[in-house]
Design a protein around this ligand. Structure first.
Ligand code: C5P
Length: 215
């Protein structure tokens, strides 16, 4: 079974994806990490963000060894990720890796912005996770401040709006809910309640899926 989870920044999609991956024993890919690492390496090497080929070369040969999750989740790297993600050559360089992961025997859980629309339109379950800008900014701000970042909540809100806008308006694979995705708004939901809703969608899809023996 392939579960595609898309949605906005800090909507809770990563938490839901990890939980479903554990419960159903499916391998999990956080596809945002691919764009984050591409952005981080480009920043460190001072690559020009208009140099599509140089950025695609980085994306083509990603190796996560030596990078920590904390380094990848800073606000600066998030901004860089959304810039490199708007470059079609970068998206093309990362497409096959994601598709192979999705199509592995037994299935997988992937989260991102274009999983249900571009990477795996044939996914068995498509979820679109969203929440109000204020709720999302507050969540991500608390996370970043607890790790020592010094930005204000207002700065977080404007960064988030800027990233949403860039992700939505890019020409290639813009952030948009697939027509057949089920929407979960987590603004007023606890993590457990959001996971419960997601699990119910998966269970409904499993109930409809033919068994391997054809019964
Ligand atoms: O989800 P996360 O915040 O880690 O993603 C970082 C950035 O990577 C997003 O703002 C988006 O621009 C990009 N991204 C994307 N397609 C995906 C996953 C992430 O364009 N499938």
């Amino acid at each position: 079974m392939i579960i595609a989870i898309d949605g906005t920044l800090a909507s809770g999609k990563g938490t839901i994806a990890r939980q479903l991956s554990a419960e159903y024993g499916l391998p999990y890919m956080d596809t945002g990490q691919l764009y984050r690492l591409t952005g981080l390496i480009a920043l460190a090497a001072e690559v020009d963000f208009d140099d599509a080929q140089a950025l695609a070369d980085i994306a083509e040969s990603l190796n996560f060894q030596g990078y920590t999750d904390d380094e990848l989740r800073t606000a600066e790297v998030g901004q860089a990720a959304s810039k490199v993600a708007a470059v079609p050559e970068v998206r093309a360089a990362l497409l096959n890796l994601q598709r192979r992961f999705a199509l592995q025997p037994g299935g997988a859980v992937l989260d991102g912005r274009d999983i249900g629309t571009v990477i795996c339109p044939e996914a068995d379950v498509k979820l679109w996770i969203d929440a109000s800008v204020e709720a999302r900014a507050l969540r991500r701000w608390k996370e970043l401040v607890s790790k020592g970042e010094t930005l204000t909540l207002d700065e977080m809100i404007s960064q988030l709006k800027e990233r949403d806008e860039r992700d939505k308006s890019r020409k290639d694979a813009p952030m948009v809910a697939a027509a057949d995705a089920v929407l979960i708004d987590t603004t007023h939901l606890s993590i457990d309640a959001a996971v419960d809703k997601a699990r119910a969608v998966v269970e409904a899809a499993l109930a409809k899926k033919p068994t391997p023996s054809g019964d």
